[in-house]
Design a protein around this ligand. Structure first.
Ligand SMILES: Cc1cc2nc3c(=O)[nH]c(=O)nc-3n(C[C@H](O)[C@H](O)[C@H](O)COP(=O)(O)OP(=O)(O)OC[C@H]3O[C@@H](n4cnc5c(N)ncnc54)[C@H](O)[C@@H]3O)c2cc1C
Length: 354
């Protein structure tokens, strides 16, 4: 059986641009970067971006480390992302996961420093997978209209192109650092603004609330319990959920609520299946890997905001399905569309009627 899980996707940045960003960090710090992570918009309270270096030291909140998150949304997506036909709830995977952008309309008191996911079950297959993984999750159901709103635009349309035309010629001619300077994402003015923000934050104290505190949990306590039997009987898709992993440690390593971890663990541990997802290789290149263990699947936690190399994943997914394995494929909507199309004729693949 093939399960697919795609991300609400703004678009994936050019891998070459990401590598030039990492080179800039290495040049500026004089150390090799071993990891770089940043969390989705809306989850800013606990270290929105962190670069880790080979000597174990970490850098966060500096003008350099912030440069990537400042620009990737508006300037770095691959050209095809701006024309993407898969960015819509019309062409989904079984489950779509994203940040909580749209959820505050439905849960206005939602505020959580470790992150909450928006999960959308688009098919009965997706709802069943979510149900079976739900032991690890806190969930609150809501109509899709509550989340597919202007606060969560990526469920409905591809990213808007902003300012890219000024950035890219500079990137090609003079490299990442110069291109960032040309759009004000680096340089003395930017550094001064960052300093002012840091000082202001220090006076305010730490902005994040205690993840175990009552202000965080009250939103969940007030939410109606999810009745999966009723949702399945109704058979109306998509169904949207606010979702978070019960394990704060998982959420700290995830980009939003840690739904991916719950799905992947269930498929591997309870169904004996395999999971495909995106991990960094030793050179911090985003690549799709095949995971037989939860430890391997954990390498895929956290969003890598650069286009991943699928390698021979599609061939291997087909082989796994052919040999009767359960497969969970996770990736961007365009990658999920490719896998579904490639597996349509296989047992456990997708019927052609949807
Ligand atoms: C490029 C990109 C753009 C995104 N844009 C948005 C957005 O505009 N709005 C929104 O609400 N959410 C967006 N997300 C999704 C969001 O960042 C989280 O991935 C999602 O909420 C799932 O979080 P999680 O805590 O459940 O799991 P996490 O542990 O954070 O997510 C891990 C999952 O992401 C997959 N993944 C990570 N990087 C990539 C990659 N480069 N290519 C393919 N798959 C990848 C892994 O395979 C795994 O399935 C985007 C993610 C990516 C990678």
């Amino acid at each position: 059986m093939l399960y697919t899980c795609d991300l609400v996707c703004w678009g994936a940045a050019s891998p070459a641009a990401f590598q030039s960003f990492l080179s800039m960090l290495e040049r500026r710090s004089g150390r090799r970067v071993t990891t770089y992570a940043h969390r989705g918009a809306g989850m800013r309270s606990h270290g929105s971006e962190i670069a880790t270096y080979a000597d174990g030291s970490r850098e966060s909140g500096t003008t350099s480390t912030l440069a990537w998150r400042r620009i990737w949304y508006d300037r770095l997506c691959r050209e095809s992302c701006y024309r993407c036909g898969h960015h819509s709830t019309e062409h989904p995977g079984d489950i779509i996961i994203g940040d909580w952008w749209g959820l505050r309309r439905f849960m206005p008191e939602l505020d959580d420093p470790w992150g909450v996911s928006c999960a959308v079950a688009s098919t009965s297959r997706g709802l069943a997978l979510l149900r079976d993984s739900s032991g690890a999750l806190e969930l609150a159901a809501t109509p899709i209209a509550d989340v597919a709103n202007p606060a969560q635009p990526m469920l409905e349309h591809p990213p808007e192109r902003k300012g890219r035309d000024a950035f890219w010629p500079e990137l090609y001619a003079h490299g990442f650092e110069a291109a960032c300077r040309s759009v004000g994402a680096l340089g003395p003015e930017r550094a001064a603004k960052d300093l002012v923000k840091k000082v202001a934050a220090a006076f305010r104290g730490h902005p994040a609330k205690d993840p175990d505190g009552s202000s965080v949990n009250s939103a969940w306590e007030g939410a109606p319990k999810v009745d999966f039997d009723e949702l399945e009987a109704r058979g109306e898709y998509p169904v949207a959920f606010a979702a978070r992993n019960r394990d704060d440690g998982v959420r700290r390593r995830s980009s939003s609520g840690g739904v991916y971890h719950a799905l992947a663990s269930h498929v591997i541990e309870d169904l004996g299946g395999v999971v495909y997802g995106c991990a960094f290789d030793g050179d911090l290149r985003a690549v799709h890997i095949r995971c037989e263990t939860v430890a391997e699947a954990e390498r895929c936690m956290g969003s890598k905001y650069s286009q991943s190399d699928m390698g021979d994943s599609i061939r291997r997914v087909r082989e796994d399905l052919d040999s009767g394995r359960t497969v969970l494929f996770t990736g961007t909507p365009c990658q999920v569309a490719a896998v579904r199309a490639a597996c349509a004729n296989l047992e456990g693949g997708y019927p052609h009627d949807r």
